[in-house]
Design a protein around this ligand. Structure first.
Ligand SMILES: Cc1ncc(COP(=O)(O)O)c(C=O)c1O
Length: 475
């Protein structure tokens, strides 16, 4: 493709994207395709000869768009807000266009230094201490794994230089609450701690925050039993109910054992942009690592996950490699992000944050987050006003967890089945998409408000749909 051919096709594609985004609210929110429908529609022999651009774009409209959940729809309340601001889409396009090779500072100084600039911007916008040093990873799952690997090496005095964990005398234990995201378990397994050394700490039955007294007890028992507490993962904004662990108290307990504290605020971290929400994040500056995803509620297109650490020296000690072909005269003077995590090559992810922040401005983002907080409070009040409905977890941010209690139904299994049934009835309409989830053994329905397009009228329409749906499924 020549640059001139690219120009023509790209203009067409940008028009297509703008039209798609403008009409996204008219589509069923949940993808209605059946398993293998997309594959069958795309299947065929590998292309030998070039096709015209129009036929590729036709497939985008006819096959790909029906095959994705419309996360940009005002009716999207599933999982977590997965915004992709158009400002950040431009940044992603620019990143692809520049197509820098991000393996060392030397291979693309701008890639490294823009990443330093935007991670510092976000640190400042979130009111975090300047002791934090940030890098952009693909996801919070990777960020958590990186933190756990650093924690492992700190706990073992750099066992990677000897026989690794396999040669350690004392097993190293990791702690996270029963409400921590599944990526924490995955990270513990991948970092080699072993499932038997993951301690699931119970939560408070009302707030769903980690029971720090239980953490203290479990750590003491482990020490008495000949184990070494290596890390605690605290959750700020759990996936189920957006519960906030008490990081200050967790840091205090962890410190007595020299254990690393990683704070996972994947979804909720965006709220740190709001000074009035910072109290929820109290204690973060005492942790060892802190991660959150601008690619969720804040709205920078996926993949864009921030990981801040305080001890960069340790991180570099754990992750650095220095083969001859990657050395340059700038070594020692510059940041080499290859030594801050797992991959060598990195994308120019900073570009989407840089475009997003420069073109939208932090204040517009703050206003949108505040709108979502207010909409969640509106929904919570509307639900609480009805005697047969329950808001079953604190509404700390933008997620409202609901249960409906049909008159006369008391059997827990029937109640659980009812929640799943009315959620499915909503989702089947195509007008909205919510997520039923099991929290501490009970089924509830999560309404995760925060799509860029969702206004109060949309939330009011969802509430009407909730009431319609419980009547429709009438257990
Ligand atoms: C609290 C929490 N942590 C981690 C994750 C995983 O995020 P990612 O998809 O970026 O790995 C999620 C995703 O929902 C989450 O809610």
């Amino acid at each position: 493709m020549t640059p001139e051919e690219f120009r023509a096709a790209a203009h067409e594609l940008v028009d297509w994207i703008a039209d798609y985004r403008a009409s996204v609210g008219e589509r069923p929110v949940r993808s209605e395709v059946t398993p293998d429908w997309v594959r069958a529609a795309l299947d065929g022999p590998p292309p030998e000869d070039p096709e015209d651009f129009a036929s590729v774009v036709r497939d985008l409209s006819d096959v790909i768009v029906p095959g994705v959940t419309q996360t940009h729809s005002p009716g999207y309340y599933a999982w977590f807000p997965s915004n992709a601001s158009l400002e950040s889409v431009l940044g992603d396009m620019a990143s692809s266009g520049v197509a820098a090779l991000g393996i060392t500072w030397q291979s693309a100084p701008a890639l490294t230094e823009m990443e330093q600039v935007v991670t510092d911007w976000l640190r400042e916008l979130c009111g975090l201490s300047t002791e934090w040093h940030g890098a952009i990873h693909d996801t919070a799952s990777t960020a958590c794994l990186v933190a756990l690997l650093a924690a492992r090496e700190r706990a073992t005095g750099l066992s990677e230089d000897r026989g690794g964990l396999q040669a350690e005398q004392l097993p190293v234990t990791v702690y996270a609450s029963s409400q921590a995201h599944s990526s924490v378990t995955k990270g513990v397994l991948l970092a080699g701690f072993g499932r038997d050394n993951l301690r699931v700490v119970p939560v408070d039955p009302v707030t769903y925050a980690m029971d720090v007294d239980a953490l203290r007890r479990m750590m003491a028992e482990d020490v008495a039993g000949g184990r070494r507490p290596g890390a605690v993962v605290a959750s700020l904004g759990t996936t189920g109910t957006t519960a906030f662990d008490d990081v200050t108290a967790i840091v205090d307990v962890a410190r007595t054992h020299g254990a690393w504290v990683h704070v996972d605020a994947a979804m909720a971290g965006s709220a740190m942009l709001l000074p009035e929400c910072r109290e929820l994040f109290r204690g973060v500056d005492g942790a060892d690592s802190f991660g959150w995803n601008p690619h969720k509620w804040m709205g920078t297109i996926l993949d864009c996950s921030l990981l801040y650490v305080r001890d960069v020296e340790l991180l570099i000690r754990v992750f650095s490699t220095n083969p001859s072909y990657l050395r340059s005269t700038a070594d020692g003077e510059v940041t080499q992000y290859k030594d801050w995590g797992i991959p060598l090559g990195r994308r120019f992810r900073a570009m989407k944050l840089w475009f997003h922040l420069r073109l939208a401005g932090a204040e517009a983002i703050r206003q949108r987050l505040r709108r979502d907080l207010a909409n969640a409070q509106w929904l919570a009040r509307a639900v609480q006003a009805e005697s047969d409905w329950e808001v079953c977890a604190p509404v700390a941010l933008q997620t409202v967890c609901l249960r409906h209690h049909p008159p006369g139904v008391t059997d827990p299994a029937a109640l659980d089945a009812h929640q799943q049934a009315w959620a499915e009835a909503i989702n089947a309409t195509g007008r909205a998409f919510v997520t039923p989830a099991q929290v501490e053994g009970r089924w509830l329905v999560r309404v995760s408000i925060g799509a860029e397009a969702t206004e109060l009228d949309d939330v009011a329409a969802l509430w009407a749909l909730c009431r319609e749906s419980v009547r429709a499924v009438n257990p």
